[in-house]
Design a protein around this ligand. Sequence first.
Ligand SMILES: [Zn+2]
Length: 766
Amino acid sequence: MQHFLERWSNLSPFSSDCKIYHVSIEEASPLRPSNADATTRQKASPFKTSYLNAISIVIGVIIIGLSVALVFHLLATWSENHEPERKSDHFHDQFLELGCNWTASHHLRELTREPHVAGTGENFVTAEYVHSVFEKYGLPAHYVDYNVLLSYPVHRSLSLDLPNGSTIEFSLQEAAFDGDPYSKNKKVIPSFLAYSPSGNVSAEVVYANYGREKDFDKLKEIGIEVKGAIVIARYGGIYRGDVVLNSAKAGAVATIIYSDPEEYAANGTQGFYPDSQWLPPSGLQRGSIYEGIGDPLTPGWPSTARAERLPVSDPAAQLPKIPALPISAQDAKSILLALGGPQVPYEWQGSLDLPSYRIGRGPGKLHLSYTENQTVLPIRDVFAVIKGSEEPDRYVILGNHRDAWTFGAVDPNSGTASLLELSQRLSKLLKCGWRPRRTIVLCNWDAEEYGLIGSTEWVEENADLLGARAVAYVNVDCAVAGPGFFASATPQLDSLLKEVTKKVNDPDAAKATIYDSWIAASADTSPIIDRLGGGGSDYAAFIQHAGVPAIDFGFGGDYPVYHSLYDNYNWMEKFGDPLFHRHVAISSVWGLVALHLADDDVLPFDYLNYAHELQKYMKTVEAELRTANAPNYVAVEPLDSAIAQLLDAANDISFEKEVALCKTEPKKECAFHGPQKKRSLNDRLMLAERAFLDSDGLPGRSWYKHLVYGPTRNDNYGTTAFPGILDSIANVGGGSAQKWAIVQHEIWRVARVIKRVAVALQGDLT
Ligand SMILES: [Zn+2]
């Protein structure tokens, strides 16, 4: 990639050159020319007689009087409704033109020089780097530190006794390659699963497919005893922590999880990294298996230096109970080869080259030994704040995490590089005279990989101010892992996301916008926008705990070297984004979404879309009830009528928005939408999401306050809506009247928060 780097080598990522665009009064005012014309005509009057002079003076006075009145009226109406938008539109266009792929590649290379796991010195160096870049761009920056429970591997070993009496000792090492200097770095953290307890076990092995609840049900059905065994499962179905949890519930003494080629390496002739993008046979996936969110020892409150801390043994810490390790496909193959027992169901077969997949248990016997170092250490979030000029107490928050399991070229520093590239553009706009109407906060989180810790602690510490003032949170974790745009959002932000992607070109398709390609990849007439019910990244605390509308997006989605040694700059430069155009495109979408949220006169929120989305979830509930043979007295009607009330309120407020923006009759009405009235309208749009929160939260999981979006019980990554209702249906079992009463109660609870959203949008006390 030397050629393109050389071409841009004369540019510095810290250069301040910009195409200055001044909105001059002459240019901006449609009134000036006619005013000037009138003066010119008066000066040129040929009439000299006093009579004519008297008439012309009278007419002149009337004309001047009318003109002045008209000018004042038009000026008032125009400046009220148009000037701020027109100015910010110019700056928004300018923002799109300022993208620089050299800047993105430079920052990514700097951020990923060394592996930087949370709590290590190397990750503090990356915090200083981000801070220094913000400051060099002229953006005021600061740190916020927390002291949190982290987990590191001290010792691990795994060996397999074969039926023939021999033993295989697994190295648990990922291979180093000459084609990849990063793979030879000795500071890379050994393979481990964070928060796995220490343990030393020897047992027969059971293969449990993806380790989902239904996989363990299947094992029971087949008659395989899991109690006392070591479970081997493959990645790809659910959150890895839930694989370990489900294994422990089934009585297993340890869990090992591997990366099956079916998910992580293409079948056929493409080979593996460094020859292709695919995970090598020795590659494996690190990760956390913690079941909670935020610091385990301070659930629900910030882990500041002198905070109350739970003992590690407290069940509220939600730490895993049995030891677990990630292993490679080549090691998994050796272990599965040593299994007898019945053949696996057809759909349980992966792509390992085995004569037949068997469930076990035995005859091979596995010895697993693991020692963990669990310790409270400081972590460091980095912030830059651009104060709003008119509404400094309204926050548009952009966030990305910085800590990585290894080098983090995709996860998460493609996002950090995009954040810094975006910051450079904002700093240039500031130099050109732009100021956001509302405050923009740029956040760079720490310890996301351990359990979304840096963002969660900050949200917990700032809960009240965020509740009163946060407009929206826009998250980018893995910005780029390949081509193909993907996005999730709370539904009132769908239309903003669509409009913005219509303005940014797709770096992988000539003459197409991101929106064009996004919609082409969907089987529907609108693009696929997922929801934010799962716990996959730093948006979780914002939406699920604080009720802040949120968006998350990127290019490429799942990628083969995820959380492995090979998630490094070399992989990114060869396969992920060789020209760094995708990074620039993400910065463009990210920044433009933020600019609209920060600058638009009326917040671009669409609650009609939210109501329609809730109607779909209601249909899902109806279907689930039918499948579970719910008795007739279990009614979804409360949901139906609550959504109808929300639809009415959403209709009213969308009409009000149109009026405020002068897009609808009666046009004169918009003149009455002064700053106060717009602020009140915006406050209702901003606060409505908060009304989905319930102080009791999801059943048994009170930290999750949002009753529409949260993880379901059996998959922390799942993104189903109405988790409380769906979990209660899943728990109904034999279907006692008592259990169905719980289902009905959960339906009522969700219906009540939807009605509260309707009242919040209406904005009048009942
Ligand atoms: Zn990440």
